[in-house]
Design a protein around this ligand. Structure first.
Ligand SMILES: *Cc1c(COP(=O)(O)O)cnc(C)c1O
Length: 413
């Protein structure tokens, strides 16, 4: 056998399905809609159920089309195993369902996607304690850790204010304390950054966003990077300790979250996401350069009070971002000067669309405090650095000149 070539990011994704051998020479993994998988030998069915040989049992626990996507995401993140879920929140929820018990403690970055923030509030009512810390400083994370801490959770670039967690130092701290480090990589994607490099044990990706990339399918994933030693994790049931320790986490998440709670990704959505993933690197190059151009233009405009984008030298973690990420991402947020109504401004845009999604091919804008961060209230928003006039921009792949012109003329009017 020849040694496998070390192909680049896009080459690997493009040819991954084909290398596994697909019927009729099909270049895409087909959309397998079957819920059940039949075996001519009933003994084989039993042995698949008992985990003695690989195979599919029932659509909720695994599907060939979904599995092909899992393999691609796993390659992107350089993981040991990846599981897909119906949504990004399904993936984060799976962590709670399968790995946390009453009495456990979580240290989470205070700068979070709104629904993740809401999820941590929900579990607080279920006997799990959550401490929110400013994760841009590792000392704050260290100070919050207690003997009951099971998980430290951060986002790479926080949505929407773009604070960047002190990713490598937090990884070193978690390693030293034997705590599971979970990084939500949605904003950077595995193309810009691999959390495994900073010691993350589990990586979350909302596949809905830049990986799928076209706003036409929901999905999420959890990747076990192989960095975490599961023998140190107290909540693993004996059932899942039969395989090698590297498999314990994923085996328990598959059974206790995917099987028992059922947030399974459908095969059609998996196909959409897999097709989108083929061009992710190309789209990211374009959206990141568009974002830098637009953020730079707005930062120089006197009618703009503030621009939050890691690509700007004024960003507090600009040096860290330069150090860790291939580029600075497709998302930024900004505040208009007092006296300019953010709704009037948004209504003057012709290309950028007021809508709640990110990582789409089209540029989307949203007044954060009035929509996605409305329910949490002004006090929590203030603690997350979210101004009432904050506008989040998810930059698309439009031609740069058209995008700059759209924002410039909306400011001029
Ligand atoms: C969107 C998003 C999620 C959730 O993904 P869904 O597919 O919408 O459930 C999680 N984390 C981050 C950072 C996100 O942007």
């Amino acid at each position: 056998m020849t040694t496998k070539k070390n192909y680049g990011f896009t080459t690997t994704i493009l040819h991954n399905d084909r290398r596994k051998g697909i019927e009729h020479g099909s270049l895409h993994k087909p959309v397998h809609t079957s819920v059940a998988f039949g075996y001519s030998d009933a003994r084989q069915l039993a042995s698949v159920f008992q985990g003695k040989e690989p195979g599919f049992r029932y659509g909720r626990q695994g599907n060939p089309t979904v599995s092909a996507l899992e393999d691609k995401v796993n390659k992107m993140e350089d993981g040991v195993a990846t599981l897909c879920f119906a949504t990004g929140m399904g993936a984060i929820g799976a962590v709670v369902q399968s790995l946390l018990r009453a009495g456990d403690h979580v240290v989470s970055s205070a700068f979070l996607f709104g629904n993740t923030n809401s999820l941590w509030q929900t579990v607080t009512g279920q006997g799990i304690a959550v401490s929110f810390v400013d994760a841009t400083e590792v000392a704050n994370v260290a100070a919050a850790i207690t003997p009951a801490t099971r998980i430290v959770f951060v986002e790479t670039i926080a949505n929407p204010r773009t604070q960047i967690a002190d990713l490598a130092k937090i990884g070193a701290l978690c390693k030293e304390r034997g705590i599971l480090y979970i990084v939500d990589n949605t904003m950077t994607t595995p193309y810009l950054f691999r959390p495994k490099a900073v010691g993350a044990g589990l990586v979350v990706n909302a596949l809905t966003k830049s990986i799928g990339g076209h706003g036409n399918a929901l999905g999420g994933s959890l990747t076990d990077t192989g960095v975490f030693d599961w023998t140190q994790y107290p909540n693993i049931f004996d059932n899942y300790k039969k395989a090698a320790p590297a498999q314990w986490g994923i085996a328990q998440i598959r059974a206790k979250a995917l099987r028992d709670f059922g947030a399974s990704l459908g095969p059609e959505a998996a196909h959409h996401i897999a097709v989108g993933a083929e061009t992710m690197a190309l789209r990211m190059d374009r959206t990141c350069s568009n974002a830098l151009a637009l953020a730079t233009m707005l930062a120089a405009d006197l009618r703009v009070a503030a621009v939050h984008y890691p690509g700007l030298a004024s960003h507090p973690q600009h040096a860290l971002a330069t150090d860790l990420f291939r580029s600075y991402g497709s998302l930024f947020s900004f505040e208009l000067k007092e006296g300019i109504d953010c709704f009037d401004f948004l209504n003057r845009l012709n290309l950028a669309i007021p809508a709640s999604n990110l990582g789409d091919t089209r540029t989307l804008v949203i007044p954060v405090a009035h929509t996605i961060f409305y329910e949490m209230g002004a006090e929590r928003r203030a603690s997350m650095g979210i101004a009432e006039s904050l506008i989040r921009v998810s930059v698309g792949i439009e031609d740069e000149a058209d995008l700059l012109e759209d924002f410039r003329s909306a400011l001029d009017a």
